[in-house]
Design a binder for this molecule. Sequence first.
Ligand SMILES: Nc1ncnc2c1ncn2[C@@H]1O[C@H](COP(=O)(O)OP(=O)(O)O)[C@@H](O)[C@H]1O
Ligand SMILES: [Mg+2]
Length: 266
Amino acid sequence: MGRRKRLKDKDLFETVEEVWDRQTLLAAYEVMRRLRIDRFAGVVSAGKEARVYRAIGRRGEEYAVKIYLTVTAEFRKSIQKYLLGDPRFRNVDTSNTKKLFFAWARKEFRNLKRMYEAGVSVPRPYLVYQNIIVMEFIGRDGLRAPTLREAAPELDEGELERLAWEALEQYRRIYCCARLVHADYSEFNLMYLDGRLYVIDVAQAVSLEHPNAEDFLRHDVSNIYRFFAKEYGVELPPPEELVGWVKRCETRCPERREERAEASAG
Ligand SMILES: Nc1ncnc2c1ncn2[C@@H]1O[C@H](COP(=O)(O)OP(=O)(O)O)[C@@H](O)[C@H]1O
Ligand SMILES: [Mg+2]
């Protein structure tokens, strides 16, 4: 991670004006109380719907705190496409914006937890409360790790090839062990730290029973193929073969503990 990146993050921190409504502020206090978080230490990312912050605990532990704040037209579409098709969330009242946020945050947390328990490399999930998710901070010295997209230009051919298969292996675990499809799997939603990839942004992931799961799977695998093979010239079998490779599930999953995870995620 170069000097330019550092400056960019600093600029973001200093110029982004925070606008939290009263309820989000109260929710943030409650999260701080429960996890013994001392302070929020800057904006890591200001996306269209969600902001991600770095927060620091009493003993210096770091957390990533993702807060859903804005309803966009795209977000409404996502609700239709990824939330209502999922039996776990069929009864959400879509006319109530707050409830939508809470359901969406809960969905992200449950997906994260399910992947974590299935041995997928994701940030460790800590807590969901209303529109707020708290997880492990992926980074070093107060700076977030780069995404795969940001890291790739500085990596050599061998490392890129290794990471292509690592990205596919993590996907295989999502599919075969967590029994989910990510549905937004790409170089933007993989972080790179110490040679390791971390899968993030899992709110839209759906279970294999979702009517579009197969399409999402193909799309996700094609993204990985496009990025590594087309953009970086890594030699990979064509996407159809990679989809087959994922679906053969020739991987070892940790002992199934989903039921327990589901029960405690609430
Ligand atoms: N656990 C984390 N640790 C450090 N940075 C994170 C973490 N999760 C997300 N980020 C940063 O925030 C950005 C946006 O997060 P993401 O979950 O992808 O939200 P969005 O829905 O806005 O794309 C990521 O690209 C990454 O830079
Ligand atoms: Mg993202």
